[in-house]
Write a protein that binds this ligand. Structure first.
Ligand SMILES: *[C@@H]1O[C@H](CO)[C@@H](O)[C@H](O)[C@H]1NC(C)=O
Ligand SMILES: *[C@@H]1O[C@H](CO)[C@@H](O)[C@H](O)[C@H]1NC(C)=O
Length: 263
């Protein structure tokens, strides 16, 4: 029993907080995920790549751990991309002016792993770049729902990388399954997701990407454990909807010429 508890703790100490990967998925169709953003957070010595998604022409949602870096990182998003190593005409590279990490974010316990990025210029909405909507407060996605997660993360545990966007179908799981695996799992603010057969998963590099269920972004890729591909914990967006709308309102106020700055 004690050993099991120790092991359970070890799971939480070894998550792949960083980037994520799509395992067992397939290449996304060009233009089928127009809200998808490729995120690069960079300080003087390190680069961290993640996913994110456009929810308004001036706002991208991602995981807080993607920008949680020392040494004043610079954050950039690329929208409209399919092959991230090509200079595709559809791509829009936009700097992030500032970002808002959830005030109760916990790096150690992977709680409230959400960040809202304010873009320096509005994205141009076209056939390659579009917003995705988010659920209303407490609009829970049902257990058993099949959802999709796109990402540019690793495609195997052996660090195989992908340049083209891939996606995987994963099922919303019972809360119990994550509660058994992760000691800090919180049902109201997280969604338990995965493929019981352990053939499909998100992985390093996919962090920050959306869990798309019924055409809405219900979750954000957050954490799992290195030892096992099942289950995985996503940030539950519906729980944070009021906070997101409050931040978006502030964005608009800041845009108004002559409005007083809040800081
Ligand atoms: C860049 O960020 C990483 C991760 O937080 C940190 O280990 C490293 O010291 C940072 N580099 C600088 C120059 O601050
Ligand atoms: C940018 O987009 C936001 C949200 O749609 C809008 O309120 C704002 O007016 C836009 N700004 C410019 C300069 O177009």
């Amino acid at each position: 029993m004690l050993l099991l508890l120790l092991l359970t703790n070890a799971f939480v100490l070894l998550p792949w907080a960083g980037a994520g990967r799509i395992i067992g998925g397939m290449v996304s169709k060009v233009r089928s995920r127009p809200y998808m953003a490729f995120l690069e957070s960079k300080n003087a010595t390190n680069i961290r790549n993640c996913g994110g998604f456009l929810i308004r022409p001036d706002a991208v949602l991602s995981a807080a751990h993607c920008v949680d870096m020392q040494g004043r990182p610079r954050v950039t998003v690329i929208l409209g991309a399919h092959n991230i190593s090509d200079e595709e005409c559809s791509q829009q590279k936009i700097s992030v002016a500032r970002w808002f990490i959830h005030p109760q974010y916990s790096r150690e316990r992977f709680k409230n792993d959400i960040v809202l990025l304010k873009l320096e210029q509005n994205a141009t909405i076209n056939e390659y770049v579009k917003c995705i909507s988010i659920p209303k407060k407490n609009k829970h996605v049902r257990v058993g729902t099949k959802c999709n997660v796109p990402g540019w993360g690793w495609t195997s545990k052996e660090e195989d990388r992908t340049d083209v966007l891939r996606e995987v179908e994963l099922k919303v799981q019972k809360e119990k399954i994550c509660q058994r695996t992760f000691s800090d799992y919180e049902p109201q603010s997280m969604i338990c997701v995965g493929d019981e057969k352990r053939k499909k998963a998100v992985y390093k590099g996919d962090s920050g990407g959306p869990l798309v269920c019924n055409k809405k972004a219900h979750g954000i890729v957050s954490y799992g454990c290195d030892c096992n591909l099942f289950p995985e914990a996503f940030t539950r967006i519906s729980h944070f909807a009021p906070w997101i709308h409050q931040q978006l309102k502030m964005f608009s106020l800041q845009d108004t010429p002559g409005s007083p700055s809040s800081d």
